[in-house]
Design a protein around this ligand. Structure first.
Ligand SMILES: [Fe+2]
Length: 392
């Protein structure tokens, strides 16, 4: 059964969730950003939300503004930092309110796209999102339409219904979620990723792989999620090493953008698992990137989970190893794959000491139910311990 087709797995009752939803129109292809206006018949006055640096430095913002020139008005808020803060979202929303916009475009990596979603919620709800974020409720229906134009291949935010934001005042990082946050349009132009530097390319590419493995491993997976995950796992394994050899490999850039896009659908229809819950405390304690923490946790998590999700890990083994590689070999293969990419770290490498592990385990929050492996507090401790040094 391990490599059985999705439909068989559904019929066998493996998946409780056979549904799938997306309200996002996808436009994919090189040069599509220049033609974005033809897909914006619902927008007259737009706000572009983007980061403070790279969108300008690499000319993406200029290119997008030129493509939007025929619209009634285009405002720009270029203030979003890598971990978007509520205060930045509120500031961008104030710009949008002033300009009377009817659509929010997020241009950038996950941070800019997530911030754009927050801005759209704010503008649809009297101009503020902070109270809503703090109340932890689902984002209400009345949001402005969001358009996502990713410039990296990693988060899948362009087709997902979540936005990760930081409440600096309270020291909390959390999610704003809801179907109203599904972008109206995901305009994925692989050309915009050509300028992404090596380390970010490899890290964000690994994030795509984790989304593929976790959304399929999750108890919320379904047969369509599985099909997309199978594609993305094979694609990352095939194409990310090509980018390690040559950042100008356009076919590899395109394939990574495509895999990332598919994983956005999966994030919206399934969920991530323990690694994504356990990375947040690591990131907060060390100020290291999301994929760096995931990379440190991954071999141990594969070890923790492969028995509970054998079809997934048999497939991962067949991709990272050979057709008859056992799921139990995946932790080692995963560590080797990360090593080959040059993004293999332990928690120690990221600056974590053994004495901090208990605190980290205590800080893991969010829904752990979706992970089919052991998720008790002692399991989290063991996972952090196994990830501290170099056991693989
Ligand atoms: Fe992620």
């Amino acid at each position: 059964m391990s490599n059985g087709m999705s439909y068989d797995l559904m019929r066998a009752g493996v998946y409780g969730n056979s549904g799938f939803y997306s309200g996002t129109r996808v436009v994919f292809g090189e040069g599509e950003v220049d033609r974005i206006a033809r897909h914006l018949d619902f927008a007259r006055r737009v706000l572009v939300v983007t980061g403070a640096e790279s969108a300008r430095r690499f000319g993406h913002l200029e290119r997008l503004e030129a493509a939007l020139a025929g619209l009634e008005s285009v405002s720009v808020s270029a203030n979003i930092s890598p971990n978007p803060r509520l205060t930045e979202v509120e500031a961008a929303a104030a710009v949008g309110l002033e300009a009377g916009v009817d659509c929010v475009i997020g241009l950038g990596g996950g941070s800019a796209m997530d911030a754009a979603k927050g801005v759209a919620v704010a503008l649809g709800n009297g101009g503020s999102v902070t109270d809503l974020f703090r109340s932890g409720t689902e984002a209400p229906e009345e949001t402005l339409p969001v358009v996502c134009v990713p410039t990296t291949a990693g988060t899948g935010s362009e087709t997902s219904k979540g936005a990760i934001l930081s409440d600096e005042e309270r020291g909390v990082k959390g999610g704003l979620r809801g179907e109203a946050l599904l972008p109206r349009l995901a305009l994925v132009d692989p050309e915009l990723t050509y300028s992404v530097p090596m380390r970010v390319t490899l890290e964000t590419g690994f994030d795509v792989l984790t989304h593929a493995i976790e959304t399929w491993t999750s108890r919320r997976a379904g047969p369509i999620v599985e099909l997309f995950s199978r594609h993305a796992i094979a694609a990352v394994h095939r194409w990310l090493p090509c980018l390690k050899s040559d950042l100008n490999d356009r076919e590899a850039r395109r394939e990574m953008s495509y895999a990332c896009l598919l994983m956005g659908f999966n994030l919206a229809n399934s969920s991530t698992c323990l690694p994504h819950r356990m990375q947040y405390p690591v990131g907060a304690a060390t100020d290291t990137s999301h994929p760096a923490g995931l990379a440190a946790l991954y071999p141990a998590w594969c070890e923790n989970t492969h028995a509970a999700a054998a079809p997934v890990f048999d497939y991962v083994g067949s991709v990272l190893g050979t057709a008859d590689t056992a799921a139990a070999a995946v932790p080692k293969l995963m560590a080797a794959f990360l090593e080959d990419l040059g993004i293999r770290w332990t928690l120690k490498d990221l600056g974590i000491e053994g004495s901090q592990l208990e605190e980290l385990a205590g800080a893991v929050s969010g829904n752990l139910e979706a992970d089919p492996g052991p998720t008790q507090p002692e399991d989290l401790m063991r996972l952090y311990e196994r990830s501290l040094d170099e056991p693989f």
